[in-house]
Design a protein around this ligand. Structure first.
Ligand SMILES: NC(=O)c1ccc[n+]([C@@H]2O[C@H](COP(=O)([O-])OP(=O)(O)OC[C@H]3O[C@@H](n4cnc5c(N)ncnc54)[C@H](O)[C@@H]3O)[C@@H](O)[C@H]2O)c1
Length: 243
């Protein structure tokens, strides 16, 4: 299996929850990390924690809802570490609100963090991956990427958009050996987002998101000769890894 030591990953939403777990798993593989999040203090703690354990993590505070700020953070990441092996766009917000109460500002914030940032981050890494002749684009999706849910009109729209974007990136990436996939947790996760949104019965079943991270390590090794154009299930991939 390919050694990921020294390979560079961008992970968004790395201050907590699933993104924090992915960052820890990648650091354990010896990967160099650009960690992006809007929560400055918490992100600095994560980077300090990983660097104290011998890691190489650069915290980049960014509002991924803001186009110029996203472009600035991406440029900083690439200037620092060079060509990423993998981009994991995991950051998202879920504003649980009936459509009648959802404002344009709510809509734009949710759609921009999930979808606009996917476009801008991919745009930033694409030329470098093309030149390198390989890369892996990973967009964290959800059941909301294929189904509708009450009070999730913006979130569902953006996650459905990610699925379409991934399919196009997989097709355009193939001649450049760039893989593109979405991945859905596939299991109830114990994260701050879940603490806010899960009913009590799901809180009985939730698992530590670290259990889902083997799937993300698997994806860091992909290029277009491997898995691409797929909607993957992190729980299945982590608990039944391909031989
Ligand atoms: N929690 C679940 O049950 C669940 C289910 C399906 C899919 N997901 C998806 O998994 C991913 C991780 O979810 P989680 O539960 O860890 O969420 P979380 O809310 O616990 O963490 C999300 C992270 O994204 C960051 N973020 C939010 N807005 C940002 C912005 N504007 N700029 C930069 N960073 C920003 C947050 O600060 C946070 O650190 C998301 O894409 C989510 O949609 C979660």
């Amino acid at each position: 299996m390919e050694d990921l030591r020294g390979a560079f990953a961008i992970v968004t939403g790395a201050a907590q929850g699933l993104g924090y777990a992915i960052a820890r798993a990648y650091a354990q593989e010896g990967m160099r990390l650009a960690l992006m999040d809007v929560q400055a203090e918490r992100l600095a703690q994560v980077a300090d924690e990983l660097n104290a354990q011998g890691g190489d993590a650069l915290p980049l505070v960014v509002d991924l809802a803001d186009a110029a700020d996203t472009e600035r953070a991406a440029a900083q990441a690439l200037a620092h570490f060079g060509t990423p092996r993998v981009l994991v766009h995991n950051a998202a917000i879920l504003i649980n609100r009936p459509f009648s109460e959802l404002t344009l500002a709510d809509w734009q914030r949710e759609v921009n963090v999930i979808l606009q940032a996917a476009f801008l981050l991919t745009k930033a890494v694409w030329p470098l991956m093309v030149t390198a002749g390989r890369g892996s684009l990973v967009y964290v999706s959800s059941m909301s990427g294929i189904k509708g849910f009450v009070n999730e009109s913006a979130y569902c729209t953006a996650k459905h958009g990610l699925e379409g974007f991934m399919k196009c990136m997989a097709l355009e990436g193939r001649p450049h050996n760039i893989a593109a996939n979405t991945i859905t947790p596939g299991m109830y996760m114990h994260t701050p987002m879940s603490e806010r949104n899960y009913p009590d019965e799901l809180k009985q079943k939730w698992v530590d998101p670290m259990l889902l991270t083997p799937a993300f390590v698997f994806l860091a090794r992909q290029d277009a000769t491997g898995v691409t154009g797929e909607r993957l299930n992190a729980w299945e991939l982590s608990t039944n890894p391909p031989a």
